[in-house]
Design a binder for this molecule. Structure first.
Ligand code: ASP
Length: 461
């Protein structure tokens, strides 16, 4: 029998009609025995998430401001779900009790209640037992998971039931207080359970049918991504394509459990399967592409820099001192350029430039703003001659100037810098170049992982 951990995000449980969709999905497949839920999310674009309302409730409490209106909104949302579905769980009474002891509660406990009450109602609605995350998930002081304790608690639960509904987003700290993950952390809960159960798949149900090859605001009707590896996803998410909480990837990646992103509102769509390794033939030579504006470059030139050991380190240590993270460092013989996010240096750019000048006595420092980065990502690009050539030729034909090029030896990502005004056109041109029916039979090339190649070389020395 297949074991699935099935997690539903906030939009999938936002109201009674969404609960009905969840029930149809869960009951349509007997393998869906372990269900994790978020707190009810927005029902429409002007609505509020329950978790946001709970944070607001806590802010009112902290500043001793009357919170009754916020509380009323929260109670109405849960009551609507309960009454529309004809459930018995005394959610109004429980909420009133919580409100009465609000002053004694911590922020973490207050904001965790969205998931708690949602899971209570969902458990009754599905006819599944409710298991509280506070009885299972143990979180260390540094917010890492206490895997041994969590595993032991989950095993104990499994002696009493073979199915359950479980609230996402929180667990219990080592001093027995409720502790929440960062926002969107319900995804992490599902991933932890999938790891411990060694699930066959971790289903993550949301309100989109997985990932698309490009941003639909830029490319008309982009193709869906049906399969993607974790590293490809990481490259694309870094550039802004986000559906899943970043940290949710690690517990399942470790055991190569696939994550299947699915749409609660269109349950028959194929969705996207994320997996460490995948032998499924890819339709196109690229998996996807994403771009982001808002970068600037700092160009540093020093005569005979190439003879001076430690020059680059000194410049980078200035940026480290100012807590600036570095995106890329394309380099020449006596010059190099550091690309950083403009927002990160906005307040301190002149101080940084001054410090660099002082530290390394550069002959020339130039700053260029309005840079956009575009990453073209795909495992199939690796060890495939001509990919970069095609990409650059297509952009050249369209008279798009490339300001910088970066590709590491993994070869799964070519990142280029262009002027911000060319961002959308760059994405469209690359998309059209590669997402083309002629390429439909390209298979991923089997390549030894880079690190192993290094090991072999070392052993023969
Ligand atoms: N309810 C939490 C949030 O809104 C966690 C989640 O939805 O995954 O951030």
């Amino acid at each position: 029998m297949t074991l699935k951990v099935t997690k539903f995000g906030g939009s999938s449980v936002s109201c009674a009609s969404q609960f009905e969709k969840v029930k149809n999905i869960v009951l349509s497949d007997p393998d869906r025995r372990f269900v994790v839920v978020s707190a009810p999310g927005k029902r429409n674009s002007s609505d509020s998430k329950i978790t946001d309302l709970l944070y607001l409730l806590d802010a009112h409490r902290q500043y001793h401001v009357d919170a009754s209106n916020v509380f009323k909104l929260i109670k109405e949302r849960f009551t609507e779900i309960k009454e529309s579905l004809g459930l018995n769980y005394p959610v109004e009474r429980e909420l009133d009790e919580m409100y009465a002891r609000l002053q004694t509660m911590t922020q973490n406990e207050i904001v965790s209640r969205g998931e708690y009450f949602c899971a209570r109602l969902m458990a009754e609605y599905l006819g599944y037992p409710f298991v509280d995350a506070a009885d299972v998930i143990r979180i260390n002081h540094d917010k890492s998971i206490d895997w041994d304790a969590t595993r032991a608690r989950l095993r104990a639960v499994m002696n009493t039931t073979s199915r359950f509904v479980f609230p996402g987003f929180y667990g219990l700290s080592s001093n027995d207080k409720i502790m929440v993950f960062s926002r969107g952390g319900g995804d992490i809960t599902g991933s932890i359970l999938a790891n411990i159960f060694d699930a066959d798949v971790y289903e993550n149900w949301t309100d989109v049918s997985g990932f698309l090859m490009a941003d639909p605001r830029v490319v008309k009707n982009p193709e869906p991504i049906t399969h993607i590896t974790y590293s490809e996803l990481r490259e694309l998410s870094y550039m802004g394509a986000s559906v899943l909480h970043e940290e949710a990837v690690f517990p399942v990646k470790e055991s190569n459990i696939p994550i299947h992103i699915l749409n609660t509102n269109r349950p028959h769509d194929a969705g996207t399967i994320i997996q460490e390794t995948s032998n499924v033939p890819r339709k196109y030579p690229i998996t996807g592409l994403a771009g982001k504006p808002g970068f600037l470059s700092i160009y540093i030139y020093k005569k005979h820099m190439s003879n001076e050991i430690g020059y680059m380190r000194k410049v980078l240590s200035v940026l480290e001192r100012f807590n600036v993270s570095i995106e890329h460092i394309p380099s020449g013989i006596d010059s190099f350029t550091v690309i950083v996010s403009k927002a990160e240096v906005d307040d301190s750019l002149y101080e940084i430039l001054h410090a660099i000048k002082k530290e390394v006595h550069a002959d020339e420092i130039k700053v260029q703003e309005h840079i956009a980065l575009v990453s073209t990502v795909g495992n199939s690009m690796s060890h495939q001659p001509g990919m970069a050539g095609r990409l650059f030729e297509a952009l050249g034909r369209e008279r798009i100037n490339i300001q910088m090029i970066a590709q590491d030896s993994n070869e799964i990502n070519i990142t280029i810098a262009v002027d911000e005004k060319d961002l959308s056109r760059t994405i469209s041109v690359i998309y059209e170049e590669f997402v083309h029916p002629d390429d439909s039979q390209i298979r991923p090339v089997e390549v030894e992982p880079f690190i192993e190649v290094v090991n072999v070389a070392l052993e023969t020395e």
